[in-house]
Design a protein around this ligand. Structure first.
Ligand SMILES: Cc1cc2nc3c(=O)[nH]c(=O)nc-3n(C[C@H](O)[C@H](O)[C@H](O)COP(=O)(O)OP(=O)(O)OC[C@H]3O[C@@H](n4cnc5c(N)ncnc54)[C@H](O)[C@@H]3O)c2cc1C
Length: 374
């Protein structure tokens, strides 16, 4: 089996890349180690279409989030993928935070995001009667999406264009061959192994993207490619239907690892609080929710949802962020590199694709296509 293009990882990014590259390559192999697509980070997140507000000017996160937001709404409308442009409010729960709102609005402007609207405490009360804040920003272009339907849409497009999808196939090692292409070694669940050759290797392996890069001989510490795992837990909030109609976010902290415990709604109007951010030094894939943090979630949320009580919070689910940032570090950007400069022409590594990776997936896929087209 000799393939021209191999995409490792069928999360939302690998699937978007497969759909995009299948328009120009007709012999694509998309590989995932799990029994189906999207079983890791891509199905363990807030399903928010972000606006591109918080990220550093000129960063890939900012650029691909703003572009991805626009492209994703367009795709959802064309392909009838369930979504809602519900908007989000960023609330100042303390008078000192009002100043920070101004800097957030400025950053959104710098990034070319849809402008944010300033709301007074009365205006926020009129829009969201259950939310309390001194002041707020309204982001009209933030929304929510059915990420599973999005992933299915990408997979069907890739397959329609001739791409092949194989599951339960773990890439264990990648070796550069003398003739310039790559030998890809894979292992199956029963321990059997196989190998095949590929001209292009697109590494979309999410939480294992650095391990895949290391297996090609890249020094991931020297290159700054080493990933750190940060778990994010969620609690459901058992309140009447329609309790909030927009997503509600606190003002984020400096060098934020997450965006603070916020309230999101899904397409069936269920409310989730979270995620928090817990560093996992051992890089274990452990998705349990620790009920002992319930009080800290309640205390964070009651600042802007003053009428809730702790009994309404129940453990829901968790996801793990593949971050380039370890504790104490400042925020890092996505790495998306064609690796010719490292002597690995034809390899594209995508590393540290944490939030807003879901929002950015289509913009990332178009960028990868441009790298492949040279
Ligand atoms: C708690 C949390 C909340 C988030 N909320 C949002 C949000 O609201 N909005 C937003 O835009 N983004 C959000 N994100 C980020 C978003 O979920 C991710 O950026 C996105 O899902 C990354 O997709 P991916 O395809 O890169 O990775 P993944 O979904 O992790 O996919 C990688 C795939 O690679 C496969 N794989 C790994 N190693 C191998 C191997 N050796 N061989 C074969 N296959 C392999 C895995 O099985 C997996 O399927 C959130 C993330 C988290 C953790």
């Amino acid at each position: 089996m000799n393939k021209t293009t191999t995409i490792i990882g069928a999360g939302v990014v690998g699937l978007a890349v497969a759909a995009e590259l299948s328009k120009i390559h007709n012999d694509i192999l998309l590989i995932d180690k799990n029994p189906s697509f999207g079983q890791e980070t891509s199905s363990r997140n807030s399903e928010v279409i972000h606006a591109g507000i918080y990220y550093a000017k000129d960063s890939k996160k900012a650029r691909f989030c703003v572009e991805g937001n626009r492209l994703l709404y367009q795709l959802c409308e064309e392909s009838r993928i369930p979504h809602r442009r519900c908007g989000k409010v960023i609330v100042a729960t303390d008078p000192d935070e009002e100043e920070i709102l101004e800097s957030i609005a400025e950053k959104a402007r710098d990034n070319g995001a849809v402008p944010l609207e300033r709301l007074s405490s009365q205006q926020i009360k009129a829009l969201e009667p259950n939310v309390k804040a001194f002041a707020a920003l309204l982001s009209p272009s933030t929304g929510i999406i059915d990420s599973h339907r999005l992933m299915r849409r990408y997979l069907s497009e890739a397959k329609k264009n001739g791409a092949q999808f194989v599951t339960q196939t773990m890439v264990s090692r990648i070796e550069k061959r003398d003739r310039g292409d790559y030998r890809i070694h894979v292992t199956y669940p029963d321990g059997d192994t196989d190998r095949f050759n590929s001209h292009w290797v697109i590494n979309c392996a999410g939480l294992e993207a650095d391990t895949i890069a290391a297996s090609m001989g890249i020094d991931i510490d020297a290159c700054g490619y080493r990933l750190h795992y940060w778990k994010g837990e969620y609690f459901s909030l058992d309140v009447p239907h329609g309790y909030i109609r927009r997503l509600v976010y606190p003002v984020p902290q400096v060098n934020h690892v997450g965006l603070g415990v916020h309230a999101t709604i899904d397409l069936s109007d269920r409310i989730k609080l979270g995620p928090n951010a817990i560093y996992l030094p051992d890089r274990t894939l452990e998705y349990g929710v620790d009920n002992s943090v319930r009080r800290s979630f309640f205390e964070a949320a009651v600042r802007y949802l003053p009428d809730i009580n702790i009994e309404q919070l129940n453990p829901e689910m968790a996801g793990i962020r593949p971050k380039l940032q370890k504790p104490g570090d400042s925020v890092r950007d996505f790495i998306i590199e064609e690796e010719s400069a490292k002597g690995l022409a034809g390899v594209v590594n995508l590393i540290g694709i944490e939030s807003p990776g879901l929002t950015a997936c289509l913009a990332i896929a178009k960028y990868v296509r441009a790298l492949v087209e040279g």
